[in-house]
Every structure is written in structure tokens, then in C-alpha cells.
Design a protein. Structure first.
Length: 491
């Protein structure tokens, strides 16, 4: 290292001022080129995230990107948002989880030119606008991410018995972990029915994206079950399932158990009045005593006692919504060990472990054998092929992304090295580092006499001077030439 520094120092000292200036200029240009290439390599490539956005959606998306620290670019007057290409899908998924973009089609449809619209087109556009406005209002609920509304408004008829009622269907996509309560569902039904003329609440259907029917205005009249009662049953089942799952996950880990709990509830309100009589132990109801005096002065006392049978009245009221039976079915995955062939081998749970799991589940749900509760716990191997394939796919995607990133940086460094090598090579071959030898001017002596002789002498002196300078500049080549000539003469 020190030897190389010494050589560089000697080389620098030997340079002329012009060479030093040129060397510094080239070095600065190469350094600037390296900085520009590195900056270009580190600059992310942007791709379109969303286009043709409304101003409100663009503002919300930009605020969300700023909060997450995601770089972005705006174009087309703020209607197009761009993010780094390698993060487009990630950002879209994150924004979709926040319900963005959320704008739909509303009354702005009516702002377009109406020239040439038929009566049918006007009614269709008005219905589309009304559907969009109702969907926007429904999406204002915190639990709802997106919503779609479909309205059916039949034409009015001259005869009442032939007139068909208006109907509406609402499909909502809930946020992760969110759930609509009965009051919120009723509010959505009331909102939709109030926004459409002639629409009754019992003609509004609310459905989620999982296919679950949320609105049950009349309930199941044949079975006598209302929507509130069904909601209470589902809430109780979800509560017990969550208790069991939380206990099993703490022991087994996530994804190692599946729990399904069914709850039967008695919604019949019962009142009972019991009157019991005790004939063996009568109760004195009244007693009358009479004192009388005879003529001879003696007194006598008579009495009348009335008895009544004792009675006990017992009034008992049983509240509605009492749990009458609970059944729980639980699947538990086993353990896996590395086999001889490198594959995972399934190992079932022991009987002792299964007994413990069953006791834990019974305690969590409040097991009562007198009301017919049942708990079934089975040990079975889970099919984890899809999960493993997803893990391998995610690992491969991360590995490819890392290789692309490393490859880009390596290519940038290689390009900088190649440019630097070519520049140094060109500089070393340039006349700056390999200057031509300075030819000493030989002063020609003043000759008198024949001018031809003078010219010949001058040419000889000039040729001699050039040969001397050539020998000084390239001694090896000159010596090689002399040896060759000597060999030819001796031969």
C-alpha cells in the first residue's frame, strides 16, 4: 500500500501543471459521473397507482401515502398518483383495506350533457345517480369499506292490484374484524327506504360480501324467531368460540385448531304461579268469645272459632334468552417431525393431551351435563399444503426482489468501473503521460566555401542529432536495430 502511494506521489510530482489540471478535471468528471450513476440506480422507478381520481379521493390517498412515508408523484392535474413500481400492489392492498378510493357514481352523472337523452335514459341515469349517492351514504359507516346499491322501481300502474312495490338490495364489504350490529343494519334499511319513494323497509335486503344475509325484518315467522334473537344466538356462539380459540392458540399456536360452537337458546318467557294448601295445619281465621251471667249469679263463657286451610302462593318468572344447550366441535392438529427422507412426518397427540384439551374447552364454555351439553375434540392432520405453497411463493418473491436489487447495484458499480477503467487507459495512452522527446536544435556552424558542401554537412548534423535523440528516447529499440545490422554485416 505504501509502495503504491509512493509511486502515485512520484507520478504526481513528475506531472506538469497542465497535466495536473487535466488530471484533476478528469477525476472530477469521473467522480460526478459515479455520483450521477449511483443516484440514478437508487432512484425508484414509478408506476401508476390510480388514475382519473376525484379530488377528494386523491387528497385522502396522498395523505395516507405521506403518513406511511411512501414516495409518490402526481400528474394529470392531481388525477393520477404514481408510486415506486415494486410497491404498487402492496400500496393498493393497503389502501383497499382503508376503503380507498371510495368515490362512486352519484349525481355528477346528471352534470353531463343531456342533449339527445330519451325519457328512458333520463330515468336510468337518475336511478344510477341515486344508487351511487345511497352507496356513498352507507360507506360513511366506520365498519363498512365499500357498498353497492341496486334499486328496482317499477312503473306506476293505473290499477292498485297490479302495481308492484319498489325493492332494494345493498351489498356491503366490511373492514377486517368489523361487524355490524342489529341497530346499524336497521339504520341502513331505514336510510335506503327513506331515500327511495314508495320503498318499504321490509323490501330492503342487506347482504355482505361473504353471502351472509344481514337484514331480517320479519325474522323467521314460521319458527317464531326474530332478527334480534338470531343475532343474540350468533353473538353467544362467537363469544364462546373466541374463548376456546384463544385458549387453544396459546397452547398450540395459530392455525392449529378449528372450533365450531352451536348454542340453543330458549326465548320463551315463562311465568308460573303456584298455590299450595296445608290441610293438616289449619290456621285460625277468627275467634268469638261470649260471657253470660245466670240468675243465680254464676257466669259462663262460650266461644266460636273459625279455621281456614293455610295457603302458599309462589310466583316464578323465567326470563327469555336462556341457554338451553351447547354443543362444541373442535379439531386439533398434531405435531410434525423431520423424517428420514427430509419430509415432515405427522405425529398425533397423546390421549393425555386430548383429555386436557377437552377439560379446558368444557371449562371455557360452561359445560353443564344436566342440560345435555356435548363437547367433541378430535385429533386430525391438517392440510397445510396451500399455506406452505404460499410461504414458498412469498419467499421466492422476496428472494427475486433481493436479487434484482443486488443485480441493479452490481451492474451500476460495474458500469462505473468500466467507465473509470477506459478513462484511465485513455489518459495513460495520451501524449500527456507519454510526451514526445524534445529535439535539441543543433546550431549549424558557419561554413564558407561550397554551398553544396554546407548543405550536406547541415543535413548530416541534423540526421545525427535525430539519431541521438531517438537513441535516448528508445534505447532498447535502437540497440536491437544495431545488433541486427551487425549480424547482417558479419554474415
Amino acid at each position: 500500500m505504501n509502495h503504491a502511494l509512493e509511486r502515485l506521489r512520484e507520478l504526481w510530482v513528475r506531472l506538469t501543471p497542465n497535466q495536473k489540471i487535466l488530471f484533476g478535471t478528469v477525476s472530477g468528471a469521473i467522480a460526478l459521473l459515479m455520483v450521477l450513476v449511483m443516484f440514478w440506480a437508487s432512484e425508484p422507478e414509478y408506476a401508476v397507482l390510480y388514475s382519473k381520481l376525484e379530488t377528494a379521493d386523491a387528497s385522502l390517498i396522498v395523505d395516507r401515502l405521506k403518513a406511511d412515508g411512501t414516495p409518490y408523484e402526481l400528474s394529470q392535474g392531481g388525477q393520477m398518483v404514481k408510486v415506486p413500481r415494486d410497491r404498487v400492489h402492496e400500496v393498493r392492498i393497503a389502501l383497499a383495506g382503508e376503503g380507498l378510493p371510495s368515490s362512486g357514481t352519484g349525481y355528477e352523472l346528471m352534470d353531463t350533457s343531456k342533449l339527445g337523452w330519451t325519457d328512458f335514459v333520463q330515468k336510468l341515469q337518475h336511478r344510477r345517480a341515486l344508487e351511487g349517492e345511497i352507496a356513498r351514504s352507507v360507506q360513511t359507516l366506520t365498519e363498512i369499506m365499500t357498498a353497492r346499491v341496486h334499486l328496482v322501481t317499477p312503473e306506476p300502474s293505473l290499477f292498485l292490484d297490479e302495481e308492484k312495490p319498489a325493492t332494494a338490495s345493498v351489498v356491503v364489504q366490511l373492514r377486517s374484524g368489523a361487524r355490524l350490529g342489529g341497530g346499524q343494519i336497521a339504520g341502513i334499511v331505514h336510510l335506503v327506504s327513506s331515500a327511495v319513494e314508495g320503498l318499504r323497509p321490509d323490501h330492503v335486503t342487506v347482504l355482505d360480501t361473504e353471502g351472509n344475509l344481514l337484514s331480517r325484518p320479519g325474522g323467521n315467522k314460521e319458527m317464531g324467531v326474530s332478527a334480534d334473537q338470531l343475532e343474540l344466538v350468533q353473538s353467544k356462539e362467537a363469544e364462546l368460540s373466541e374463548k376456546v380459540e384463544s385458549l387453544l392458540q396459546a397452547v398450540l399456536g395459530p392455525g392449529k385448531s378449528v372450533t365450531r360452537i352451536a348454542v340453543e337458546m330458549d326465548f320463551e318467557k315463562k311465568e308460573r304461579t303456584v298455590e299450595s294448601f296445608d290441610a293438616d295445619n289449619p290456621v285460625v281465621r277468627s275467634e268469638v268469645l261470649t260471657n253470660s251471667t245466670e240468675q243465680d249469679g254464676t257466669t259462663s263463657e262460650t266461644g266460636t272459632t273459625n279455621y281456614d286451610i293455610s295457603k302458599t302462593v309462589e310466583h316464578t318468572s323465567v326470563p327469555a334468552g336462556r341457554v338451553s344447550r351447547i354443543t362444541a366441535s373442535v379439531f386439533v392438529d398434531g405435531t410434525y417431525e423431520d423424517g428420514a427422507d427430509g419430509e415432515k412426518a405427522y405425529v398425533p397427540r397423546s390421549d393425555d393431551e386430548m383429555t386436557k384439551f377437552q377439560n379446558i374447552i368444557r371449562s371455557a364454555i360452561g359445560f353443564d351435563a344436566n342440560r345435555g351439553d356435548e363437547v367433541t375434540v378430535e385429533n386430525i392432520a391438517f392440510d397445510n399444503s396451500i399455506r406452505e405453497e404460499e410461504k414458498r411463493g412469498m419467499a421466492a418473491a422476496r428472494r427475486n426482489q433481493m436479487l434484482l436489487s443486488i443485480g441493479g447495484r452490481v451492474a451500476s458499480i460495474a458500469l462505473i468501473g468500466a467507465v473509470l477503467f477506459l478513462a484511465i487507459r485513455a489518459i495513460r495512452k495520451s501524449p500527456i503521460f507519454n510526451p514526445l522527446p524534445e529535439v535539441e536544435v543543433v546550431e549549424e556552424p558557419e561554413l564558407e566555401g561550397n554551398p553544396l558542401l554546407t548543405q550536406k554537412i547541415n543535413e548530416s548534423e541534423i540526421l545525427r542529432g535525430r539519431i541521438v535523440e531517438l537513441a535516448k528516447a528508445r534505447p532498447e529499440e535502437v540497440s536491437r536495430l544495431i545488433r541486427t545490422l551487425m549480424k547482417e554485416d558479419m554474415g
